[in-house]
Ligand binder design. Structure first.
Ligand code: NAD
Length: 430
């Protein structure tokens, strides 16, 4: 295999019935639909994406060869507003994953009660093996290929795994070049200097800290002094860990894709962040012992934050999880089969569509600020974020308690009922 073909596509381990992300979403959707006694017609509308697009992305590599990458954009639902959802770059991207992530965005925006629908995008590529120039060319051509779908009133992307502020700046610039004027509100998660929002980079991690705090209260525990394990040391995991430590938690375990670290006395986040920035990975950090990623999830702790990727807690390891609370930083880290096991053990699982909604909430603030041309102080952003997330936590809790379901099904029920209500009130255009 040449270098170019291996970076454009890699065989993805086949999903099982348990790990297919779209099926995992649908299993919870079906339970929530039954509990809501959702009208059969609305059931069909809510489960079906509005649009699914696959594009070919021809790109000239630095070595002069041409390669063709595959990209997706799925618009799941627009009943409550424009599509909203990140763009992911990874060799493991599949259309099933993008469809699931788009649907989760629909429910997440509805749970946070912000005026967006759900969307998601992805490009099959291995960013660790691409130069900055190659990434820029992929991003610009991908944007041009899905150009018709995008726009502040249509579909507004944001960063996700392996994409960042720079990626958003390239998308904003490409879109703006096509429409002949600068349109900052076409993406969120931009650099602050390019009309991004203060506090957006930290927003998902900040949300994790706030939700962990509320979940601890619900369990009659305190975040202060709680032992926390975080899987994934990227945007969500590293900032979430840093903020939880700042609020008195002891981060006893962390991992990235290469390895896990454990120190029951606590790992110093400031030092680990400095080490990670210097070495790119956390492997070799002197302040902790090494564990595997699977051992990490089973470490003794009070709060576990999976903040890496899907299917990390499955029927294989759920029985061995020792945490009392799981706060899902990643999307889809727990399978439906694992949910049942964790439920039976009495573990409180705060689902992704609530726990990691901090990012999209501040993305909403960024979109509002861009459209107003008036930018808020970071303290205002953080205050409004806290208001929305804390209210959403108790809305979900109330739904779960009144229907005697767990928080995940409660969150699906809340999100789906809001989307169903809007769909019904708007009526079906024919
Ligand atoms: P990122 O690319 O910044 O970081 C991902 C981290 O996870 C890295 O440390 C990476 O090494 C690690 N990782 C990847 N695969 C792993 C594996 N199999 N095992 C262990 N570690 C692994 O990504 P991010 O933006 O932090 O996103 C992480 C998760 O959070 C994703 O599921 C994403 O969809 C979700 N999320 C992100 C945001 C956001 O604002 N960035 C918002 C909501 C949800």
């Amino acid at each position: 295999m040449t270098r170019s073909s291996s970076i454009a596509s890699q065989p993805h381990a086949a999903y099982t019935a348990e790990t297919n992300p779209y099926e995992a979403m649908m299993k919870r959707f079906d339970v929530a639909a039954a509990k809501l006694e959702l009208d059969p017609g609305l059931y069909k509308i809510l489960r079906t994406p509005v649009r699914e697009v696959t594009v070919s992305i021809p790109v000239a590599l630095d070595n002069g060869h041409l390669e063709v990458f595959t990209g997706y954009r799925v618009l799941h639902n627009i009943a409550r507003g424009p599509g909203k959802g990140g763009i992911r770059y990874a060799p493991t991207v599949t259309i099933e994953e993008v469809k699931a992530l788009a649907a989760w965005m629909t429910w997440k925006c509805a749970v946070a009660n912000i005026p967006f629908g759900g969307a998601k995008g992805g490009v099959i590529c291995d960013p660790s093996r691409l130069s900055l120039g190659e990434l820029e060319r992929i991003t610009r051509r991908y944007t041009a290929e899905i150009m018709d779908m995008l726009g502040p009133e249509k579909d507004v992307p944001a960063p996700d795994m392996n994409t960042n502020e720079q990626t958003m700046a390239w998308i904003m610039d490409t879109y703006s070049m096509h429409v002949r004027h600068t349109v900052t509100a076409v993406v969120t998660g931009k650099p602050v200097a390019l009309c991004g929002s203060r506090g957006r980079r930290e927003a998902t991690g900040r949300g994790i800290m706030l939700i962990a705090r509320e979940a601890a209260k619900k369990r009659k525990m305190k975040l202060k002094g709680a032992r926390v394990v975080v899987q994934g040391f990227g945007n969500v995991g590293s900032i979430g860990a840093e903020l939880m430590e700042a609020h008195g938690a002891k981060i006893v375990g962390v991992s990235d894709i290469r390895c896990g670290l454990f120190n029951k006395a606590g790992i110093n986040m400031k030092k680990l962040l400095q080490y990670g920035a210097k070495h790119k990975f956390i492997e070799g950090f002197p302040g902790a012992g090494k564990v595997s990623n699977s051992e990490l999830l089973e470490l003794p702790c009070d709060i576990l934050v999976p903040a890496a990727t899907e299917n990390q807690i499955t029927s294989e390891n759920a029985g061995q999880i020792k945490a009392k609370i799981i706060v899902e930083g990643a999307n889809g880290p727990t399978t439906a089969e694992a949910d049942a096991i964790l439920n039976a053990k009495g573990v409180l699982v705060v689902p992704d569509i609530l726990a990691n909604a901090g990012g999209v909430t501040v993305s909403y603030f960024e979109w509002v600020q861009d459209r107003m041309g008036w930018f808020w102080k970071e303290s205002e952003v953080n205050e409004r974020l806290e208001d929305i997330l804390v209210a959403s936590f108790y809305d979900v809790d109330e739904m779960a308690r009144s229907h005697k379901v767990n928080m995940r099904i409660g969150a699906y029920m809340l999100g789906m009922s809001r989307v169903a209500q809007n769909t019904k009130t708007r009526g079906i255009y024919a």
